[in-house]
Design a protein around this ligand. Structure first.
Ligand SMILES: [Zn+2]
Ligand SMILES: [Zn+2]
Length: 398
């Protein structure tokens, strides 16, 4: 299934939905278009936000890409190239068209036809947008999720950077320390202010959203002082739109619970699945953005380096399905039509956006192969998930 992008004028007639703009989504080793997403609701366009100088109407999740990617996106909109040319697809000789990776609704997030806009450069317009951004959420402190926040920081005024205790501590001690980079972390609102999010608790962000941060496992490492094996912590964010009650779940880098178990520490994904299962039952989960970094791994001993492969991701969705099924079965007299108990397809129709795919060295498009494998495994397990492969510069409506 492939849908044409909708034009911005039609948005006024839509219900409020999540609008997710991908600035970058590569899991490396490419040093560009790394993970970063802008999120707002469809009720307000970026044109309205800029024209009316409205602050705090959109948020940023991860900052592996920033001003450069946003300027390029604006330039592509100006030149009407968003759906025809794509930076990551053009790196390979066998890539398909943008449509082939896109199975949810998309839109063009800016209107560039107004005459006054023609006087503004793409870079100037990107700065105008970023001036109005207030809140940045970081999943973990790896550079592919943070590098643009560092390089862009002299242009980032009055921003609050949220994250777990360990993520913020890494950012403060190891990056903005006047050695690696000037210390632009200030409490007076000049540049960046850090704010810790407590795990598993709703944080009331503003009049539009509340957000819950979950800790998850992203591999492990040997502490070079104590020699102990330590878990590397990443985060997932559950974003609740207050008016509609709808929710969107966005993961940073994450390994499967089976891998954690194999390495003798507790997996944490099942806690997140348990939390969102109720939203699936009630029809209030708009979608999930999750990583699938690695190409199909056939040998189970092959290291995952704290990430997912299609087989592992599908096994996580099977865990989620089982939790939803169990809750549905506990409900007395349940006749909920989300779940058809004959084929266990209670995740049917759920939008899943795949991000953080690692670039391949064989010159062949890894995104094409991962999509095909996910769809094959989904069909085999009768899950009915709708996969979209995230591409930089695209805006998804969920
Ligand atoms: Zn990463
Ligand atoms: Zn990472």
């Amino acid at each position: 299934m492939s849908l044409k992008p909708i034009v911005i004028d039609n948005l006024q007639n839509q219900d409020s939905k999540f609008e997710l703009t991908v600035l970058g989504c590569s899991g490396g080793p490419l040093d560009g278009r790394n993970c970063s997403y802008l999120l707002k609701n469809t009720t307000l366009t970026y044109n309205e936000i800029v024209d009316k100088d409205l602050k705090d109407q959109f948020i940023c999740i991860d900052a592996g890409s920033g001003i450069s990617a946003l300027s390029d996106l604006i330039n592509n909109i100006k030149n009407k190239k968003v759906m025809s040319e794509n930076y990551l697809l053009e790196l390979y000789t066998d890539s398909l068209s943008v449509d082939a990776y896109t199975n949810c609704q998309t839109l063009i997030p800016f209107n560039w036809s107004a005459k006054e806009k023609e006087k503004i450069s793409p870079y100037g317009y990107s700065i105008n947008i970023l001036k109005l951004l207030k809140n940045i959420f970081i999943t973990h402190s790896h550079f592919d999720h943070l590098s643009a926040a560092i390089i862009n920081s002299p242009a980032l005024h009055s921003k609050i950077v949220y994250g777990s205790n360990v993520t913020l501590s890494n950012i403060k001690k190891n990056i903005f320390n006047d050695a690696v980079w000037p210390n632009l972390i200030t409490q007076d609102g000049t540049f960046l202010e850090l704010k810790e999010l407590l795990q598993g608790e709703w944080f009331p962000l503003n009049k539009t959203y509340r957000i819950k941060c979950f800790q998850n496992n992203h591999g492990s490492y040997l502490d070079n002082i104590t020699g102990e094996r330590k878990i590397y912590e990443s985060s997932a964010y559950l974003i609740n739109h207050l008016n509609s009650g709808r929710n969107l779940l966005l993961f940073g880098d994450v390994e499967p619970d089976s891998e954690s178990k194999q390495n003798n520490y507790a997996g944490k994904n099942h806690i997140i699945w348990n939390e969102i299962s109720q939203f699936i039952i009630n029809g209030n989960l708009a979608g999930i953005m999750i990583e699938c970094s690695n190409l199909p791994i056939t040998n189970s001993n092959e290291p995952l380096y704290g990430h997912m492969s299609p087989l592992h991701l599908i096994s996580e969705f099977l865990n989620l399905r089982d939790i939803v099924l169990e809750k549905l079965l506990q409900k007395k007299g349940n006749n909920n039509n989300i779940c058809n108990n004959n084929n266990n397809s209670c995740l049917k129709g759920l939008n899943v956006i795949i991000t953080h795919i690692k670039e391949s060295e064989d010159g062949l498009d890894p995104r094409k192969r991962i999509l095909k494998e996910l769809q094959r495994l989904d069909e085999m397990n009768n899950l009915g998930l709708i996969f979209t492969i995230a591409l930089p510069g695209l805006t998804y409506v969920l």
